[in-house]
Design a protein around this ligand. Structure first.
Ligand code: MN
Length: 278
């Protein structure tokens, strides 16, 4: 198997353990995020391992790409159970789980695992969408509901959303009492990071926070998004937190015939890994 971004470290010797979770069965608009992990892997040879932003090189670190989970399609429950099991194994070994989606529902599997290790867990959530619906088309397990499901595990005041520019009014109203939602951009992120201090934080990045002009390869694109550099700087701020796990999701490569979305996602991944390894 080709390793993503040349991450050839073994499980034992690496601090960060990458794995793919190519699940997209609850995607409500355009499916295809199941191809995200393989596209990132296949195209990562075209990305420099050196980051001029950080003057660091991925190849100077031991990072393990442990491959993709084989997830059953159609039924989210067994898929989430397999994700939870994988994250538990990584956390038990005191390593950092980094999951690559797949659609956003996969985050629920990660939180189910990590809440056992970190009962005080907070979540920083970058996304175009609030994902706060209680149910969508009668389904509780949908990527449109993932943050509502995560809230049931972490509780009030633990989820910090940024970049949100889409959702139904009820989601925003419900959110006012339960989560912190910053619309459109990253205003207030610095204060949130300071407030979180040493507390354990999970970081979930839905790539559709980016503007579709640079990232059209996603299932539910939303105009009015952030730029690559705004996102990169925000990730650098998030990396100051006591992060205990992360994911990057919703790359759906086939919607971008130019291939640029996959390249953008790989570059974001490189920057994330290097910021986390500070
Ligand atoms: Mn989204």
């Amino acid at each position: 198997m080709q390793k993503i971004l040349g991450c050839e470290g073994s499980f034992e010797e690496s601090e960060i353990i990458l794995f793919g979770a190519g699940f997209d069965s609850t995607t409500c608009y355009r499916p295809g995020a199941r191809f995200g992990p393989s596209a990132l892997r296949n195209e990562s040879y075209g990305i420099e391992s050196y980051s001029p932003y950080q003057d660091k090189d991925v190849l100077d670190y031991l990072i393990c790409d442990s491959g993709d989970l084989e997830l059953p399609f159609g039924d989210p429950k067994p898929a989430l159970a397999l994700i939870t099991k994988r994250i538990e194994k990584i956390a038990e070994n005191k390593k950092f789980p980094f999951m690559i989606g797949g659609e956003h529902l996969i985050t629920l599997g990660a939180i189910k695992a990590l809440i056992k290790f970190y009962p005080d867990l907070s979540i920083i959530h970058f996304d175009a969408h609030a994902d706060l619906r209680d149910e969508y088309l009668g389904r509780k397990l949908s990527h449109a509901c993932v943050m509502h499901r995560c809230h049931e595990l972490v509780g009030d005041g633990k989820i910090f959303q940024f970049g949100i520019r889409s959702g139904e009014k009820e989601e925003f109203l419900w959110g006012q009492d339960h989560v912190s939602t910053r619309r459109f951009n990253f205003h207030g992120l610095r204060e949130v990071v300071a407030e979180l201090g040493d507390r354990p934080v999970y970081f979930t990045l839905d790539l559709d926070i980016l503007d579709p002009s640079i990232f059209p390869g996603t299932g539910t694109p939303e105009a009015g998004g952030v730029s690559f550099n705004e996102l990169r700087k925000a990730i650098s701020l998030v990396s100051k937190c006591n992060l205990v796990g992360a994911d990057m999701n919703e790359l759906s490569p086939h919607y971008d015939p130019s291939g640029v979305s996959t390249i953008v996602a790989n570059k974001i991944l490189r920057e994330m890994l290097l910021y986390f390894l500070e």
